[in-house]
Design a protein around this ligand. Structure first.
Ligand code: GLC
Length: 443
C-alpha cells in the first residue's frame, strides 16, 4: 500500500524527490509528520525508501532551518486549493509557510538504526537537523520557557481538535475565518515572532512539545551535543511545571501570552506518557483516571482523540471534522507502548488488538469510529500502517517509545487470528457452495 502511494521524480532545476502521499487523491502532497511516520514504517521493509522520504523532507526546507507543513513537489497547489493551504502567496509556492509537529530527528534516528547498508546516513544531515531545531527554538519560543508555540491550529496536525475552539473561534480550521488567519499571517510574511507578538492566538501545544522533546533527545544522541539534551529536559520540565493540572490529573495546552490553560480533554493531554522522564505518579494518574477510564478513553476500538465525556466528542464521520473523537492509529502508536512501559501490558495489548481488528475489517483508513469500529474518511491512509511498526514490523522492533514485551505474543496472536479468519471464511464459502449446488440441482 505504501508503495502504491509512493511518488518520485525531479524538478526542472534537477532537485529530486521521493515520498509517500498520505492518501491520494485527497492527500497528494508531502506532509511533514506523515512522512516521518511513513519512514518509521518503511525502515522495516525498504530502508532506502525511508531514507529517501526523510531526505526529501529536508530538501523541501529552507536554508535557515524552516521545514514546511506541506510540500508540493510534483503538483503545485493550484489556485482552487490555494486558500486551503497556508502559503506565502496564492501562486507559485513550493510549500506552505507554516510548520507541523516536528518529529524529524526522532524519525531520522530510528531510520539510521536500520541502515547498516548506508552508515553515512546517520551523520550526513546533522547540520541541517540542528538548523531545523534551532530555528524552532528561535522563532517559536519567544518567551523562552522551553515550549514552542503553534500559530495556526493545523500546525500540530490536530487541525480541528476542540481544544482549539476557544482560541481560534471563527478562524478555526475548516471554518471560513481560517482564510483570514492565513491572510493575517501572510501580511506579516509568516514571521512567527512578529505574529506571536502582534496576535494572541497562539498555543503552546502539549502533543507538539512532547514530540519536540523526544526529537531533541534524538538529536542529542545523533550529534553527541549535550546542549540538545539540556533543551529537551527544559521542555519536559516546562510541560510538568506549566501544563500539568494536579487537580484534574491532565496536561493542558497553554494559550496566548497569558498562558491560559485550554481545559478540553483530548489525547494530547495524555501524550506526556511517552516521555522517559515523566514522574511515575503523574503517569499513573493519566492512565488510571483517564486512559483506562471507561467513560473517558477506554473505548472498544483504539484510543479516541477526544475524551468520550467531553460535550464536543463526536465518534463518527463529519464533513471536515476529524480530530473531535475518532480513533487514529498514531494515537495508539504513541500511547499503547507507554502504557506497557508503566506496567499495563494487558491493556496495551487490548488496544493494539482492537486496532488489528479495525485494519482487518476496514483496511488502513484515515481514522475509525471508536465505538463501533467503522472505518472512516480516506482509504489507503499512509500512517495507519504504524500498526505494523507497533507489532514490531515483522522483526520485533517497534519505534514507538517503548517496545513492551507484548509485541511478540501479539504477533503470534495475529497469525492465529489470520489463520482462523481464513479457516472460517473457507468454511463459510464451502457451506454456501453446497447450498447453492443443492438449490440448482434439478429435482
Ligand atoms: C489531515 C490530518 C493531518 C495530516 C493530513 C495529511 O489534515 O489532520 O494531521 O497531516 O491530513 O494526512
Amino acid at each position: 500500500m505504501l508503495a502504491g502511494n509512493w511518488r518520485e521524480g525531479s524538478l526542472a532545476d534537477g532537485t529530486t524527490y521521493g515520498f509517500t502521499c498520505p492518501a491520494p487523491p485527497r492527500y497528494r502532497h508531502q506532509w511533514y509528520w506523515d512522512s516521518c511516520f511513513h519512514a518509521i514504517v518503511w525502515r522495516h521493509f525498504e530502508p532506502a525508501r525511508a531514507r529517501e522520504e526523510l531526505r526529501t523532507l529536508l530538501r523541501g526546507g529552507r536554508l535557515d532551518g524552516f521545514i514546511p507543513h506541506t510540500i508540493f513537489w510534483h503538483d503545485n497547489a493550484g489556485w482552487r486549493r490555494a486558500p486551503f493551504y497556508a502559503t506565502h502567496s496564492l501562486r507559485g509556492n513550493r510549500g506552505t509557510a507554516h510548520i507541523q509537529t516536528p518529529l524529524l530527528a526522532l524519525a531520522w534516528e530510528l531510520v539510521a538504526a536500520r541502515s547498516p547498508d548506508d552508515p553515512g546516513f546517520r551523520t550526513e544531515a546533522l547540520d541541517a537537523l540542528r538548523l531545523h531545531y534551532d530555528w524552532l527554538g528561535r522563532h517559536r519560543d519567544p518567551d523562552g520557557d522551553g515550549l514552542i508555540s503553534i500559530i495556526h491550529p493545523d500546525e500540530s496536525g490536530l487541525d480541528d481538535s476542540p481544544k482549539y475552539d476557544a482560541v481560534f473561534g471563527w478562524m478555526s480550521h475548516y471554518l471560513p475565518g481560517y482564510f483570514w488567519l492565513v491572510e493575517r499571517s501572510r501580511r506579516l510574511r509568516y514571521d512567527s515572532r512578529a505574529i506571536i507578538a502582534r496576535y494572541d492566538e497562539h498555543i503552546e501545544d502539549v502533543m507538539v512539545n512532547v514530540f519536540y522533546a523526544l526529537s531533541l533527545r534524538a538529536l542529542a544522541r545523533l550529534t553527541g551535543d549535550d546542549a540538545y539534551r539540556v533543551r529537551a529536559e527544559r521542555t519536559e520540565d516546562a510541560l510538568v511545571v506549566l501544563c500539568w493540572d494536579e487537580e484534574r490529573g491532565l496536561f493542558w495546552d497553554l494559550a496566548g501570552s497569558g498562558h491560559t490553560p485550554l481545559r478540553v480533554s483530548t489525547w494530547s493531554s495524555l501524550t506526556p506518557l511517552a516521555l522517559p522522564s515523566l514522574p511515575e505518579e503523574i503517569a499513573k494518574r493519566l492512565i488510571e483516571e483517564h486512559l483506562l477510564h471507561p467513560r473517558r478513553y477506554r473505548a472498544r476500538y483504539g484510543i479516541p482523540s477526544v475524551s468520550m465525556e467531553e460535550p464536543s466528542f463526536q465518534a463518527g464521520w463529519h464533513l471536515f471534522r476529524c480530530w473531535r473523537g475518532p480513533s487514529w492509529i498514531n494515537t495508539a502508536w504513541l500511547l499503547a507502548p507507554a502504557l506497557a512501559r508503566f506496567g499495563y501490558e494487558a491493556e496495551a495489548e487490548r488496544i493494539v488488538r482492537s486496532c488489528v481488528e479495525l485494519v482487518e475489517r476496514h483496511g488502513f483508513r484515515e481514522y475509525y469510529n471508536p465505538l463501533n469500529g467503522e472505518g472512516l474518511a480516506a482509504r489507503r491512509f499512509g500512517w495507519s500502517t504504524l500498526l505494523v511498526d507497533l507489532l514490531g514490523g515483522g522483526d520485533g522492533e517497534s519505534a514507538a517509545p517503548s517496545d513492551g514485551p507484548f509485541v511478540g505474543s501479539l504477533r503470534d496472536e495475529l497469525r492465529s487470528i489470520g489463520a482462523e479468519v481464513a479457516g472460517e471464511t473457507l468454511g463459510r464459502l464451502n457451506r454456501r457452495a453446497q447450498a447453492a449446488a443443492k438449490r440448482l440441482r434439478p429435482g
